[in-house]
Design a protein around this ligand. Sequence first.
Ligand code: ARG
Length: 252
Amino acid sequence: MIKKALLTLTALSLLASTASARPWDEIKRSGTIKIATEGAFPPFNLMKGNQLTGFEVDLADALAKQLGLKVQWVTQPFDNLLIGLNQDRYDFVIASHGITPERSKAVDFANPHYCTGGAIVTKPGGPMTAEALKGKTVAVQVGTTYLENVSKVPGVGDVKTFPKDTDAQAALMAGRTDAWVGDKFTGLDLVKAQKGKLVQGDLLFKERIGMAVKKGNTTLLKELNAALAKALQNGTYAKISNQYFGQDVRCR
Ligand code: ARG
């Protein structure tokens, strides 16, 4: 009896692990799309009290509305997001992922929903250029393009990684590192909020940011791209972008 129950469980979990990503018609039929983000990357995705908000949250909500779907949001640590996607825990991820060749081997990216770059932030008198990072300690969020790009700076000192970007910023504030490298728009907000205690240095690299679907989920990808194109064209995107950045951050 027990043996049989165990066998059934094993069979079920095998089935679950080989279940495929939900294609578009299945999502449409269910009426709800499951979207994952981090919820700790202002101003793109963050928690305000217990409310998930941010540029990407508003944008994805608008896209879902256009597609006639309700949204079920899921938050996960940044480093787990693409893994969970490939385990079919949600339909897509919107969490400021730069479209890189390496990530593109694991997932499929939609057309970019904004263009940005990684920039240095430091205290006045600190390193402002790639050159000046020689021998300096830098704080970055783990699993990011910031880590990848800062590690490539010739002669850079210790690169300290943090699970959350906000913790990497805090390390700079506390004087535990010489610089923080993160998104240029996040950096602008941070510098503004710290009123003279921090300055923004050079842009180290540029990147295009995209939503990710499970590799091979072409039907969902097509719908997301169509919804994004429509939002970019009908003013929906510009309105949300202006609200968060005072400018239109689309790729040009
Ligand atoms: N744009 C950077 C990257 O592609 C950072 C993304 C971080 N996103 C987040 N939700 N913490 O790696």
